[in-house]
Design a protein around this ligand. Structure first.
Ligand code: SF4
Ligand code: SF4
Length: 207
């Protein structure tokens, strides 16, 4: 029958409208901002930069590789690389962002920056209550305002953050094992050289 779908839709709307007066399950809206729906783990708003440890600047995971800046479709990320290096999340010396800005009034929350980051340094926030009339003061975020701790990341995306933490722990263990093996090999080489040097006659004569 022509229009059957429309009628079914209207019946469903009516059931929800009248049902919402008697049953909570039919009430799909809340009195925002006094009431808020619980957030699901996959929710996303705008990106933030993850840091490890107590110091947001020293602990920032970003190594200023600029991949996210290149891949961002509306080009709302601006990065300037540092001149010096600092240890990254697994202890390797890396560049860091001297400047890292995101204009969230342009950002379209596509998450591409997160997908392309090889260092798990940028993740999607869930904070959506950002309305303001100060376009540049409040919506052009610098690296200090973008920086959020790994504890915060774990709180908003626990499953994903736990997988990242496990990956970093594995990488740190591998780096420590490699450094230990290198130290042991060096010590063994030095131990071999020492007796050989002692066997050399005084003055270096070999008769
Ligand atoms: S979420 Fe998309 S639009 Fe926003 S900064 Fe990342 S890549 Fe750019
Ligand atoms: S956030 Fe990731 S992709 Fe972007 S510059 Fe930093 S390390 Fe590179």
């Amino acid at each position: 029958m022509v229009g059957e779908g429309i009628l079914k839709g209207l019946v469903e709307t009516a059931r929800n409208f009248f049902g919402s007066y008697v049953g909570k399950d039919r009430l799909t809206t809340v009195q925002y901002p006094e009431e808020r729906l619980p957030q699901i783990e996959a929710a996303r708003s705008f990106p933030f930069l993850v840091y490890d440890g107590p110091d947001w600047d020293k602990g920032m995971r970003c190594v200023a590789c600029q991949i996210c800046e290149k891949e961002c479709p509306p080009k709302c990320i601006l990065i300037k690389k540092s001149a010096d290096k600092k240890p990254d999340a697994v202890g390797k010396p890396q560049f860091y962002p001297a400047v890292f800005n995101i204009d969230i009034s342009v950002c379209m929350s596509c998450q591409i920056c997160v997908e392309v980051c090889p260092f798990d340094a940028i993740k999607m926030d869930v904070d959506y209550d950002l309305s303001t009339d100060d376009r540049f003061g409040d919506l052009l975020l610098d690296k200090e305002r973008l920086a959020k701790s790994n504890e915060y990341y774990n709180a908003i995306h626990p499953t994903e953050a736990a997988a990242v933490d496990a990956h970093f722990a594995e990488e740190r263990a591998k780096a420590e094992a490699k450094a230990k093996a290198a130290t042991e090999a060096k010590a063994a080489a030095e131990a071999k050289v020492a007796p050989a040097a002692q066997e050399q006659p005084v003055g270096g004569e070999t008769q």
